[in-house]
Design a protein around this ligand. Structure first.
Ligand SMILES: [Fe+2]
Ligand SMILES: [Fe+2]
Length: 174
């Protein structure tokens, strides 16, 4: 237990240094620039996913199956919540969230899709979710135990993406 905490005097002194960095202290163990970079890739992915799901929601809606359209809308809104959380964390880490539309698609892991048939939409979304699942897993591995707050956020998002993929799987072949 002796090595567990620095003594109170040192802890208090360190907290007063670099106070302008807010929540970032000397104990932050991750490569901050790298974390901000991968979070911006995740942000771009979420933003493209919102656009793809919205496109599918509005074009599937009323055509053949309102139930699947509603599912697309639910997913769009959940991707939007993911994007907000990621952008907020980027700012907390002292970075800038990149919302630049011109480069969005090339920075995104998952693609956009303009399929007009429901099964093709389901398939495109399932592929995108599986890409998200894989990339969030890799980000979590990259962070390891060096940034527990970012890790916890990514783990929560990963759980949602797995649920999305599972739900889409059930729509395959409907
Ligand atoms: Fe997401
Ligand atoms: Fe998703």
């Amino acid at each position: 237990m002796a090595e567990f905490l620095t003594d109170i005097k040192t802890l208090r002194a360190r907290a007063r240094e670099n106070i302008e960095q807010g929540p970032i202290t000397d104990a932050y163990g991750a490569d901050r620039d790298r974390v901000i970079q991968v979070l911006n890739e995740a942000l771009a992915t979420e933003l493209v996913c919102i656009l793809r799901y919205k496109r599918h929601y509005f074009t599937a809606n009323g055509v053949q199956s309102p139930a699947i359209a509603d599912e697309f809308l639910v997913h769009a809104n959940e991707e939007s919540a993911h994007a907000d959380k990621i952008a907020e964390r980027i700012v907390q880490l002292g970075g800038e969230p990149d919302f630049a539309p011109a480069t969005l698609l090339e920075r995104s892991h998952a693609g956009y899709d303009e399929s007009t048939e429901l099964q093709a939409m389901v398939r495109a979304n399932l592929v995108a979710e599986r890409i998200a699942v894989e990339s969030y897993r890799q980000m979590i591995a990259l962070i390891g135990d060096k940034d527990p707050t970012t890790r916890r956020m990514l783990e929560e998002i990963l759980a949602d993406e797995e649920e999305h993929a599972d739900e889409l799987k059930d729509w395959l072949g409907h």
